[in-house]
Design a protein around this ligand. Structure first.
Ligand SMILES: [Zn+2]
Length: 238
């Protein structure tokens, strides 16, 4: 659905949230706004790393203790099948694993909610995001773990709800919209930029051969999203 709203004339002040916001959901950073504001990916902080390490440690302990219990059962009861085996050690590991898992889930949730609270506070009339291709992302084994950590779909869900609550129109553009390849200043489609869609994440800068614009690639994508005129509205209108 397109609107007959004219495309903003350039140069526009990207810090002006009255023109609406574009949010690029990423891997290096969790979310990047067209204003240049970035919300870091929590999984890169040392605290997150610590919690994750503790979870993994208890996961490993639980597995080891289960194997040990099975072995000792097999030794003592050679002709019986082991049912539900437990021990003080196994129960302890189960307890701590559950605690660290819950902690990790809570951090993920809180980070997303805090970022969205800040975004909503800017009071933009509308916010534009890209449709997530979670399946495609998960198919890429290199990206899968960080994708899961980010909880991008949770971000989207919570954002939709918050936009609804605050009367902000949430727009979604199709996965085919070339937000990373368009120049946000002159609109030139740069085929050579970022060949595979997710392939060269190492290249952080967008350089336009046509107008000479050199800008952070995620900010460029966010500006393109903000300016997109072909979108679906996710929030219900009253
Ligand atoms: Zn350009």
């Amino acid at each position: 659905m397109a609107t007959d709203e004219p495309a903003p004339t350039r140069p526009v002040s990207y810090a002006d949230t009255k023109l609406g916001l574009g949010i690029d959901l990423g891997i290096k950073d969790m979310a990047i706004l067209n204003t240049g504001k970035k919300f870091i990916n929590i999984s890169k902080t040392s605290y997150y790393y610590h919690v994750e390490k503790m979870k993994k440690r208890w996961q490993a302990r639980l597995a080891r203790r289960k194997i040990a219990a099975e072995k000792s059962f097999a030794k003592n009861h050679p002709h019986q099948k082991a049912g539900y085996l437990t021990s003080r050690g196994i129960e302890e590991a189960r307890y701590y694993l559950a605690r660290w898992s819950a902690k990790l889930a809570k951090i993920n949730k809180e980070t997303v909610r805090q970022a969205i609270a800040q975004i909503v506070k800017l009071k933009p009339p509308h916010i534009t995001v890209e449709k997530l291709n979670i399946k495609g992302m998960k198919a890429n084994p290199k990206l899968a773990p960080s994708i899961q950590k980010l909880g991008l779909s949770y971000f989207k869900t919570w954002l939709t709800w918050q936009c609804q609550k605050h009367g902000i129109e949430l727009r979604e553009v199709s996965t085919w919209y070339p937000s990373t390849k368009l120049c946000s200043t002159c609109g030139t489609y740069n085929r050579a930029q970022f060949h595979g869609t997710m392939a060269d994440l190492a290249v952080r800068q967008f350089n336009c051969p046509h107008c000479g614009l050199s800008i952070d690639r995620d900010v460029n994508a966010a500006i393109n999203l903000q300016q997109a005129t072909d979108y679906t509205v996710l929030t219900a209108t009253e």
